[in-house]
Design a protein around this ligand. Structure first.
Ligand SMILES: [Zn+2]
Length: 341
């Protein structure tokens, strides 16, 4: 059975900072000077040292995901631009660190400094010792220069690591990646990864979001079609691929944007609002158990949104202690018209 589908790229957010491994190695060998009056270069050093990982997320939760964030002044003195006084923090942690009202319960400067040291150590170790987990097969194209291949491989591996840390058991191979007129993924199902192909647009080749996008479509098609082989359920399974892919790509960079005309807009917005209310870690894992407890729809389940919202409640119940999240999420989904009242 052949299924090929073309996906249109939907732009969202600024591109993430990625560097080649050789660049990072060189950086590690460069002694770090503290500077007084060169905030911009200090800022660059901060970003390169942490690779846009938040040291509080790492220190408290072991979370090495790439974050949208800002550079915080650890002593709360904005005129002190010394490298030693700066740390890249995700937006919620920056707010929390800077908020003076909760300072008694808030994080101490010494803690954040300690976490920052641990994070830099971990990143340096990973860069030196790790080999990519996923080998990327590049189709022949003059556009795939060595530098681009390194950036794309790093991006694909970051997304792979993000999902495997949540618990997903992912294939070690990715389908061959080519350059096309747009973003597309096509494949033969069932088949090996070599029977599929991913394409990123040649005129937008340096936007790494395209790589994550097409790779996540592949991953969730692969995962869901393995558990949902019921032919009548195919339409639902394909829509679920979109929901999982859109959710995790957004959560990976902590930035969400929804096409209001999309048939999934209501459901996707609701999932993002749940993430905002109950947190990234909870919602990332709730989505994981939504996948783990997946089953095909019964003949009476004809509305996809209701079907998915019900699956989500079943998934979140796996990690929900004494149902503390269940009632608010259930009422929230009903209020959004995603579950019957
Ligand atoms: Zn954080």
């Amino acid at each position: 059975m052949r299924m090929a589908k073309r996906y249109n790229y939907r732009g969202e957010g600024p591109s993430m900072l990625q560097r080649t491994e050789s660049f990072a190695r060189a950086l590690l060998l460069t002694p770090i000077m503290t500077r007084k009056s060169t905030p911009e270069s200090s800022e660059n050093d901060v970003l390169l040292l942490c690779r846009r990982r938040c040291c509080i997320c790492f220190g408290l939760h072991g979370d090495l995901g790439i974050k949208q964030g800002q550079i915080a002044h650890l002593d709360h003195d904005h005129s002190n631009g010394n490298l030693d006084n700066l740390a890249f923090l995700c937006l919620p942690h920056h707010d929390q660190y800077d908020s003076r009202t909760s300072q008694s319960k808030g994080l101490k400067e010494s803690e954040v400094r300690h976490f920052r040291g641990e994070l830099h150590g971990r990143i340096a170790k990973d860069i030196v010792t790790s080999r990519p987990d996923v080998a990327v097969i590049f189709k022949e194209s003059v556009l795939f220069t060595a530098e681009r291949k390194a950036r794309i491989t790093t991006q694909l591996n970051s997304f792979y690591l993000y999902l495997t840390e949540i618990g997903y058991d992912l294939p070690k191979d990715a389908p061959p990646l080519g350059v096309g007129p747009g973003l597309s993924f096509g494949g033969v199902s069932p088949g090996t990864v070599y029977d599929a192909s991913m394409f990123i647009p040649g005129n937008d080749i340096d936007d790494l979001k395209n790589v994550t996008h097409v790779y996540s479509i592949f991953l969730f098609s692969h995962l869901l079609h393995r558990v949902d082989l019921n032919p009548e359920a195919k339409g639902f399974a394909m829509r679920a691929v979109w929901i999982f892919s859109d959710y995790y790509r957004a959560s990976f960079v902590s930035k969400h944007s929804v096409d209001p005309k999309s048939s999934s807009a209501k459901l996707e917005t609701a999932l993002w609002d749940i993430r905002r209310m109950h947190g990234k870690e909870f919602t990332d894992r709730a989505m994981f158990y939504t996948f783990k407890r997946w089953r095909s729809p019964s003949p009476t389940e004809v509305d996809f949104d209701t079907f998915f919202a019900t699956r989500f409640l079943i998934g979140e119940s796996v990690i929900d202690n004494m149902g503390q999240h269940d009632d608010p999420i259930r009422s929230f989904l009903a209020a959004r018209g995603l579950l019957p009242n």
